[in-house]
Design a protein around this ligand. Structure first.
Ligand SMILES: [Zn+2]
Length: 528
């Protein structure tokens, strides 16, 4: 069963009463302390797909995604000027934008990130955390948290074993002296105002020693994040909210927040969903010229449908390993092609959940039938795009065995674009082929058997100038039987004479991509 169907089944079984009577609410968030890492995409897409699945079943729902701008700025990323360190300890909202143009630091990074999420065509509504604070929506919960500080302390201790001092208050106010929030400590609460001291010494910043008194309401304060998380469940009236499996470990934060939600705020906690992570691997990724591990970087490597397919096809409880400088991208294209082919041409034996994955990959299309187009293999396109003088459209027409229609041409253009991007930024060495203009020196190592074969191949191409890749493969196969050549030895001779390498793409692709006379001359020269 498709993972999202299975989660939605369980969710609807638990929310039988509510479904259909009112709009159900799903929520997730991201703190914009810099460029979001790829990991944040996992949670976002999980919620978005659950929302789509509910929608496809006629269940009214909305997915809210919070741009968290009220957390404290706790480290200056390498790509932000080091002078920003003077703002450490402030809310992200109170830190200036690195480009001096956006409204603030959080919004600057949110813009870049939400562009990508919107471009991926998921159904989502964004909101900014500070706006709800300023509108007073959190006031009730701040008061409840302050009134029930001992109970909250008890929950922390019972669930996670963490000990808070008796003088601890679950609230932090913005200092009137220095504008920081991470450095203040509430010391008293009279039901209207809190007393505080800005005296915390943190690893990354310290307080200004100011002390004073102020109302914690209307955006003047936030809460420690496990308490705040519980308050968010209430403020946004969340019915379903998932989290990474680490939050669900024994003593994990979600267990703390769920209990605070129910026992302090008297509100049913949202339906729980756990998810796994995305791991980015690869050596080129961390280098300054290469691809980074940010969500935006990853998105730019893939066409929209492939990004969605990658995120949707994997069960949320399984890790996605993304290795941009390994085989991930060509393999993903192949997997997508298979899914697409199964969807449109598969018989009864296609597994239902595979079709669900394909449907939700293309859920944004007004008509999924439009996705029925010819899909030339990505690795083959990337190979052709490296060979000189290849008439790509003609080659792909031969693969299809028919003229290309508009959808086919659009897809071809897209694959050429993404293969060029891939070759430029992160493709592994083994996918990079450069046709040698002169006979490669590697040919000096060819033995008599290999030379004999290249001579035969040159003669064959002279006699059969219109030979296709398939014809050549058949020729090689026949000679192998007839003369007892080892195929691997033969292929090495072909790669050595054209690419100066001992491995390469399918020999047929090479023969088809290159000029007949060029091949004849080269094989003869190599056979000398
Ligand atoms: Zn201060």
């Amino acid at each position: 069963m498709f993972w999202a169907d299975s989660i939605v089944d369980d969710f609807l079984a638990a929310y039988e009463e509510e479904a259909g009577k009112r709009k159900l609410i799903l929520r997730d968030e991201k703190t914009l302390s810099g460029r979001p890492h790829v990991g944040s995409l996992r949670s976002f897409v999980m919620h978005a797909v659950l929302s789509d699945v509910l929608h496809s079943r006629g269940v009214d729902n909305v997915f809210y995604y919070e741009i968290n701008d009220t957390d404290a700025f706790d480290s200056v990323p390498s790509y932000v000027d080091s002078s920003w360190s003077e703002h450490l300890g402030k809310r992200l909202k109170d830190v200036p934008s690195p480009d001096g143009k956006a409204e603030n630091y959080a919004i600057y990074f949110a813009n870049e990130y939400t562009e990508v999420l919107k471009d991926a065509k998921f159904n989502v509504e964004f909101y900014v955390s500070s706006e709800r604070y300023e509108a007073g929506e959190y006031d009730k919960y701040i008061a409840l948290a302050l009134d029930n500080k001992d109970k909250i302390r008890e929950i922390y201790k019972e669930v996670s074993g963490s000990q808070k001092d008796e003088s601890w208050y679950p609230c932090q106010v913005i200092c009137d002296g220095c504008g920081k929030i991470a450095t203040t400590r509430v010391t008293g609460w009279d039901g209207e105002k809190v007393q505080y001291s800005c005296d915390a010494k943190l690893k990354y910043t310290q307080g200004c020693s100011h002390s004073g008194e102020k109302s914690p309401f209307g955006g003047n304060a936030t809460m420690p994040w496990k308490v705040e998380w519980a308050a968010k469940f209430c403020v946004v009236k969340v019915d379903l909210e998932g989290a990474g499996k680490d939050h669900y470990a024994a003593g994990g934060s979600r267990h703390v927040s769920n209990r605070i939600c129910e026992e302090v705020f008297d509100h049913k906690h949202p339906f729980d969903v756990r998810h796994e992570f995305i791991l980015m691997e690869g050596s080129k990724m961390s280098s300054s010229s290469g691809v980074g591990a940010t969500a935006v970087d990853l998105y730019q490597l893939l066409p929209r449908y492939l990004f969605r397919f990658m995120m949707i096809q994997k069960d949320v409880m399984k890790t996605i390993n993304f290795s941009p400088d390994g085989d991930t991208i060509p393999v993903l294209f192949d997997q997508y092609d298979e899914a697409c082919n199964d969807y449109f041409n598969g018989g009864e034996d296609v597994i239902e959940h595979k079709n669900r994955i394909f449907e939700f990959t293309h859920y944004y299309e007004d008509d999924i039938k439009k996705r029925n187009r010819f899909l030339p293999r990505f690795s083959q396109i990337s190979f052709y795009s490296q060979m000189p003088h290849v008439d790509m459209e003609k080659r792909v027409e031969e693969m299809k065995g028919a003229e290309l229609n508009d959808l086919d041409k659009e897809e071809l253009e897209l694959r050429v674009k993404y293969s060029e991007k891939w070759l430029e930024t992160c493709s592994p060495e083994k996918y990079i082929y450069k046709l040698r203009e002169d006979l490669p020196e590697e040919c000096a190592n060819l033995d008599e058997e290999q030379k004999g074969f290249l001579k035969l191949l040159a003669e064959y191409l002279e006699e059969n100038p219109a030979a296709t890749g398939h014809d050549v493969q058949t020729f090689i196969h026949d000679k192998k039987k007839e003369l007892g050549f080892q195929p691997a030895v033969i292929f090495r001779a072909i790669y050595a004479s054209l690419l100066g390498k001992d491995s390469g793409p399918k020999a047929g692709w090479l023969i088809e991509a290159l000029d007949n006379q060029f091949l004849i001359n080269r094989f003869k020269e190599a056979a000398k």
